[in-house]
Design a protein around this ligand. Structure first.
Ligand code: GLN
Length: 294
C-alpha cells in the first residue's frame, strides 16, 4: 500500500464517526499495525479532543470535514508505522503526560520499574540529588522528582535537542525548579556528586536493530538504541562515570535489555555491586540495583 492510500481511504469513508473508525482500522490493519482498532480510536479521540471511550457510543454522529481531513493525515502517518506517541506528540509515563519528539526515545512502560526501584531505595526525609544519564525526554528523572519533593536532579544527555524536550517536560510537569539539564557525553562535563543515579542507556546489539518493529527501528533515535556490536558499549562508557559521581552509600538503577550478567560484571569491575534485579511488567529482568559501598 502506498502512503497516500490510507489517507484517501479514510477521508473517503469518513461521513460518520463509525465509518471513519472502521476505514481507519482497516488501513492500519493492512499496514501491519499491532492494535489497529485501538489506535484508530485513540487517534480520532485526539483529533476531536474528546475521551476515547466516548467515541464508541457515537457511531452515527457525522464527522466534520476538517476533522476528517486531519484524521486521514494522522492515520496515514500511523500506517507508515510512525508510533502513536510520535503521531500525537505525547506519551504517558508514570501517570504523567510527556511531550515526545523525534529527538527522544519513546518512553516505555517497562522503564517505570527503574522509578519504582529508585523510590524503594530513596530516603524521602533527606534532600537527595539524582542524576539521570541519557535523560532523553526526561521521563525517569521527572517521574522520580514528582514523587520526591525534597529531591533535586540533573538530566544529562549528549543531544541538545533531547535536552530541550526534557526541559520543557520538567517545566510543564511542575518540577522545573528542581531539575537542571546538562549537555554532556555521559559524565564528562557533569560536576558534583549524587545520591541516586538513573540510566536507561542504549543497549540493543547493533546487528539486531533492523529486526525490531518498524516503530522502533525507524523512529526511535539511533543514538538512543545502539549499544554497539555486543550491546554493552554504553555500559562500559557509563560505569566509570557512575562510579566517580555516586556518593558512598548511593544507589544506581540501570536498565538492561536481556542477560543481566554482562552489564553487572562491568559495574562490579568499577566497585558498583549488584544489590538486586527488578523485573518489568512482563516479568523480565529489566533493572539492575547497584550499590556503592558506604
Ligand atoms: N531516559 C530516557 C528513557 O528512559 C531515554 C533513554 C535513552 O534514550 N536510551 O526513556
Amino acid at each position: 500500500m502506498t502512503p497516500a492510500a490510507p489517507r484517501a481511504a479514510v477521508a473517503a469513508a469518513a461521513a460518520t464517526i463509525g465509518q471513519a473508525l472502521a476505514a481507519a482500522a482497516a488501513s492500519l490493519k493492512a499496514a501491519g499495525v499491532a492494535e489497529p482498532r485501538l489506535d484508530a480510536r485513540l487517534l480520532l479521540a485526539h483529533c476531536l479532543g474528546v475521551d476515547a471511550g466516548r467515541l464508541l457510543g457515537w457511531p452515527e454522529r457525522p464527522l466534520p470535514a476538517d476533522a476528517a481531513g486531519d484524521y486521514a493525515g494522522l492515520i496515514a502517518a500511523r500506517a507508515a508505522r510512525r508510533p502513536l506517541a510520535r503521531v500525537i506528540g505525547r506519551r504517558e509515563f508514570w501517570g504523567l503526560s510527556f511531550a515526545v519528539t523525534d529527538a527522544v526515545l519513546d518512553p516505555r512502560p517497562d522503564s517505570e520499574c527503574l522509578v519504582e526501584a529508585a523510590l524503594a531505595a530513596a530516603d524521602r526525609a533527606r534532600p537527595l540529588t539524582v542524576f539521570d544519564f541519557g535523560t532523553g525526554s526526561g521521563c525517569l528523572l521527572i517521574a522520580l522528582l514528582s514523587e520526591l519533593p525534597l529531591a533535586e536532579g540533573v538530566g544529562i544527555d549528549c543531544a541538545p535537542a533531547a535536552l530541550a524536550v526534557a526541559r520543557t517536560n520538567a517545566e510543564r510537569l511542575g518540577v522545573g525548579r528542581r531539575a537542571r539539564f546538562v549537555a554532556s557525553d555521559w559524565g564528562e562535563s557533569v560536576g558534583g556528586m549524587c545520591d541516586l543515579a538513573l540510566s536507561n542507556p542504549p543497549y540493543i546489539r547493533r546487528g539486531e536493530i533492523e529486526s525490531l518493529a518498524p516503530e522502533v527501528a525507524r523512529f526511535d533515535p539511533r543514538l538512543a538504541l545502539d549499544g554497539g556490536s555486543d550491546g554493552l558499549t554504553a555500559y562500559r562508557r557509563l560505569a566509570p562515570d557512575l562510579a566517580a559521581c555516586l556518593r558512598p552509600g548511593g544507589v544506581a538503577l540501570v536498565e538492561i535489555g536481556d542477560d543481566p550478567a554482562g552489564p553487572a560484571d562491568i559495574f562490579a569491575a568499577v566497585g558498583l555491586a549488584l544489590a538486586g534485579i527488578r523485573d518489568d511488567l512482563a516479568g523480565r529482568p529489566r533493572c539492575l540495583v547497584l550499590n556503592r559501598a558506604a
